[in-house]
Design a protein around this ligand. Structure first.
Ligand code: TRP
Length: 446
């Protein structure tokens, strides 16, 4: 990876490709359901714009300033600006969080692949709420099937990372992302016509703050980092190839808006079916897989739609999974002088094995509960709600406090106007405080 992005649009597409994934379509609806709807959505939007967005800007800014891989960038900038190379640990933490996330991400992407096939052979024809739930229950009950689909998806990811394909990805994102949006719009239209749409709008947009706990705040915060792919050095790595003179703020805003719109559309497709069929919104990770097949089962040409939809979802997950695997592989290649193929196969293989914990959480070990719940829930919590906020905190503190004012204003090229002051206020005060307060609340200190 050397040189520059061919255009600003290419950079935006790459970051959007990593941002838009299972986080938007699978995770956002189910955690919204588990945390009571509107108040959580509002909190999530607040986190995205007041905390996520300034940190996204900071991460791109650090990347373009350092122009190296994330660990080297943090080491060099740390020394130049802050007198300590220990800042490289931010990069290391990101790599670890990425592998933990990938270990469950690939399992869920495997479900999506399996559902594309199920839809293609007509399994959803005439599906109602009960049979969809039953189908999901039987499918996830079979650990061998889950492990096999997880293997297929991981192999796809390893294949691309090993080959180091960049251009194919860019082109694919350009075509597939708009298609995904169109499919979501079709589903929203279906849900508006046949589901409980008004109830959904009230549920999603009329906040009831009594539903919120300190824990929900931590989940909203963690998800804002998860969905924007912040805190793992990936955005930093992409930022390293952004030409001088491209507006970091405008590019970041575009990514944030695209990501948010897709998540909200997913919510508007899923919840009308939940309420219309008397399902439980707090159903958990199976929510999307138990609701959307109902729509596909009734729509004309539903099996075609269903297949296309789950393929698109798999594809969105694929572009994200590549970004999750890449940093660890780059590290192995640079640090231990192995080929990309060896690096990708070794890291991918180990992550696949780690995924066994998630696979078994839905069947054999579903009764094993501790901490946050099942093994899968604990891995997700550790990565998304502890590691990501921690490294995001370090990134924003570094960009806002350690880095000198001249460097950041030069990189952001916003002059010393209101925009720059706004970013500085958010990244120096609002974002760090929000992260600390939310973290302390969640552990019960405040
Ligand atoms: N943003 C992705 C999603 O919402 C998941 C993700 C988190 C990610 N961190 C990442 C993807 C880093 C690529 C790189 O599904």
């Amino acid at each position: 990876m050397h040189g520059h992005w061919s255009s600003r649009a290419a950079f935006i597409l790459a970051v959007t490709g990593s941002a838009v994934g299972l986080g938007n379509i699978w995770k956002f609806p189910y955690i919204t359901g588990e945390n009571g709807g509107g108040a959580f959505v509002l909190l999530y939007l607040g986190c995205v714009f007041a905390v996520g967005m300034p940190i996204l800007v900071s991460e791109v800014l650090l990347g373009r300033r350092g122009r190296r891989n994330p660990i080297a960038t943090m080491a060099i900038l740390g020394q130049e600006e802050g007198g300590s190379r220990h800042w490289r640990l931010v990069g290391t933490m990101g790599v670890i969080a990425g592998l933990l996330i990938l270990s469950f991400y690939s399992v869920i992407a495997g479900w999506s692949l399996a559902y594309a096939l199920k839809s293609a052979v007509g399994s959803f024809a005439g599906t109602d709420a009960r049979s969809a739930a039953f189908e999901f229950f039987t499918f996830t009950g079979n650990w061998k099937a889950l492990l096999a689909w997880h293997a297929v998806f991981m192999a796809m990811t390893v294949f691309v990372v090993a080959a180091g394909v960049q251009h194919g990805l860019e082109r694919a994102v350009r075509v597939l992302m708009p298609l995904l949006v169109v499919m979501l719009l079709v589903l929203v239209a279906y849900s508006a016509r046949y589901g409980a749409f008004e109830e959904t709008l009230v549920y999603l947009f009329k906040p009831d703050f009594s539903e919120l706990s300190g824990e929900s705040m931590l989940i909203a915060l963690g998800h804002c980092f998860f969905t924007l792919s912040i805190g793992m050095g990936v955005v930093m790595a992409y930022g390293a190839y952004l030409p001088e003179g491209t507006s970091i703020a405008a590019s970041s805003l575009t990514v944030v808006l695209a990501d948010t719109v897709i998540a909200l559309l997913a919510g508007m497709a899923v919840f009308p079916l939940v309420f219309g069929n008397g399902l439980n919104p707090a159903e958990g990770p199976g929510l999307v897989f138990e609701t959307l097949p109902i729509a596909f089962g009734q729509l004309p040409a539903g099996s075609v739609f269903g297949t296309v939809f789950f393929l698109l979802l798999t594809f969105a997950a694929w572009t994200s999974a590549i970004g999750l695997l890449e940093p660890a592989v780059a590290w192995i290649v640079e640090r231990h002088q192995r080929s990309r193929v060896v690096g990708a196969v070794v890291v991918g293989g180990l992550t696949w094995l780690m995924g066994l914990a998630t696979v078994l959480s839905f069947n054999v070990l579903s009764d094993l509960r501790f901490g946050r719940g099942t093994l899968f829930q604990n891995i997700d919590f550790l990565a998304s709600n502890i590691l990501l906020p921690a490294s995001a905190l370090l990134i924003t503190v570094f960009a806002g406090w350690i880095m000198c004012r001249n460097s950041s204003s030069e990189e952001l090229a916003m002059g010393s106007g209101l925009l720059y002051k706004g970013w500085r206020l958010l990244s120096r005060v609002v974002a760090p405080l929000a992260i600390l307060v939310i973290a302390f609340r969640a552990v019960g200190v405040i």
